[in-house]
Design a protein around this ligand. Structure first.
Ligand code: SAH
Ligand code: SF4
Ligand code: F3S
Length: 428
């Protein structure tokens, strides 16, 4: 059948979309990027905030009406896991609701043709025997672990993704060897909490070292996401000692206030967090650091919010993903009072956004005039331009189409606009 897959949410989901495409292709289906001609439409959804959920469901309704013949509609991902059967009953246009651990069942379901089914048993699925159909050459995602055991009190992820499980080292290394042979230029090791990786005595720093060796001279290596509590000096030392491990760290703080961090269940204090940032900067002076922050967590006072503002100022992140708190069913934070009114959450969010935009721009401008290597990733949004990335994962626009994805180019940064930079080649 002709299948169209649309993905929302985090990089785990983006890669799950590639896993799903791999499963469909290996059982003889065709995967296209065109909803109009599709016989089956898959929407891989995110449930992390209410907005993400509503958006994905709105998209399902829109997509169902697109092809002339009514397509088979399959809702996948975290919203599927969260609402399962309930959603199937509510949305008559859905044919299947399939949780993130059950994608390998889809080919059989399509063959059997018994529509209106919901499958959401949670297991320990690691998709070990699937070859993902990767869509982002020269950048490849490789899952190292799935799930999360942290249960931060605001977060739905541990409920929809299940418990932590790590993929076997050999499997990961073999997958990466294959990608290096295919000339991929960048490998991103993926997991909700990569620092919890553990398989037969191999922990994350050891795994990273092995991956870096396989990729040496050929391929950059990065990873997401790390929990600040689990970031060790050992990991930072591995990063600093290997040239092809990107000096980039996504280290979500969530808040700058100790009481809020405590009721979020994060397991570190502001001071401990800042110490880790300092350690990273000491070992890798040019490191690019980003964060996630939540504004308006239940009970957050103005003074406590100011601590988040001051953390942004103190760390001076290169980039930050900023959110207003969103209530999620089943999470512990629902029982924490008083809730911060939505208007106030939005006000606090916009304060963080304005401040961070200034910091991001200031950091970006510091790069103007510097020379660095970039990896060409593909065409840019504007015609006549190509996009590339620095080792710090900064976007650099090249004003020419004379490059191939996967090519390494030495550029000089000539201009910066927010997180986007413009580069000129310094040698052909
Ligand atoms: N495992 C990753 C990503 C989790 S989800 C990590 O721990 O960093 C990505 C981000 O969404 C989180 O870091 C958090 O900032 C945000 N988030 C999660 N639940 C939220 C909620 N209920 N309201 C607002 N933001 C939320
Ligand atoms: Fe959610 Fe916390 Fe797990 Fe990240 S570490 S996925 S924020 S519970
Ligand atoms: Fe969203 Fe699921 Fe990722 S809830 S953030 S798509 S793990």
């Amino acid at each position: 059948m002709i299948c169209h897959i649309e993905v929302y949410g985090c990089q785990m989901n983006a890669h799950d979309g590639e896993i799903l495409a791999g499963i469909l292709k290996s059982s003889g289906h065709t995967v296209v990027n065109n909803a109009k001609i599709a016989e089956v439409i898959f929407v891989v959804t995110c449930a992390v905030r209410e907005h993400a959920e509503t958006r994905a469901l709105g998209r399902v309704t829109h997509l169902a009406g697109m092809p002339e013949k009514k397509p088979i509609m399959v809702l996948c991902g975290c919203v599927a896991q969260e609402h399962g059967e309930k959603l199937l009953k509510k949305m008559k246009l859905l044919d299947y609701v399939i949780g993130p651990d059950l994608y390998h069942r889809i080919p059989d379901l399509l063959l059997e043709g018994n529509r209106r089914l919901s499958l959401t048993e949670q297991g320990v699925e690691k998709y070990e025997n699937v070859s993902p159909d990767r869509k982002q050459f020269p950048r490849a995602f490789v899952t190292v672990m799935r799930g999360c055991n942290n249960f931060c009190t605001y977060c739905i992820v541990p409920y929809v993704r299940g418990r932590e499980r790590s993929r076997p080292v050999d499997l990961i290394l073999n997958e990466i060897k294959g990608l290096v042979d295919l000339d991929y230029g960048e490998i991103t090791l993926l997991g909700q909490n990569v620092n919890s990786y553990l398989h037969n005595g191999v922990d994350f720093p050891k795994l990273l070292e092995k991956v870096s060796e396989i990729c040496e001279g050929k391929c950059w290596v990065r990873f997401v996401t790390s929990h600040p509590r689990d970031l060790t000096t050992e990991l930072a030392e591995v990063m600093a000692s290997k040239e092809n491990i990107c000096n980039q760290f996504h280290l979500p703080a969530q808040s700058g206030n100790d009481r809020i961090l405590k009721i979020m269940g994060r397991g570190y204090t502001r001071k401990e967090y800042i110490e880790k940032v300092k350690m990273l900067k000491r070992l890798m002076p040019d490191i690019v650091i980003s964060t996630d922050m939540i504004a308006g967590f239940p009970g957050e006072t103005l003074e406590e919010f100011e601590d988040t503002v001051s953390l942004l100022k103190e760390v001076r992140y290169d980039y930050a993903f900023l959110f207003r708190y969103s209530e999620r069913d089943g999470t512990a934070a629902l029982n924490i009072s008083p809730s911060v009114p939505m208007k106030e959450r939005l006000r606090r969010l916009s304060i963080l956004q304005e401040l961070q935009a200034e910091i991001t721009l200031e950091n970006s401008r510091k790069l103007v005039g510097r020379e660095m290597e970039v990896l060409v990733t593909g065409v840019a949004r504007r015609p006549g331009q190509m996009a590339s990335r620095t080792m710090g994962n900064r976007l650099v626009i090249l004003e020419s189409l004379n490059y191939n994805p996967g090519e390494s180019v030495q550029v000089k940064i000539v201009r910066a606009d927010g997180y986007t930079h413009f580069g000129e080649p310094i040698k052909e």
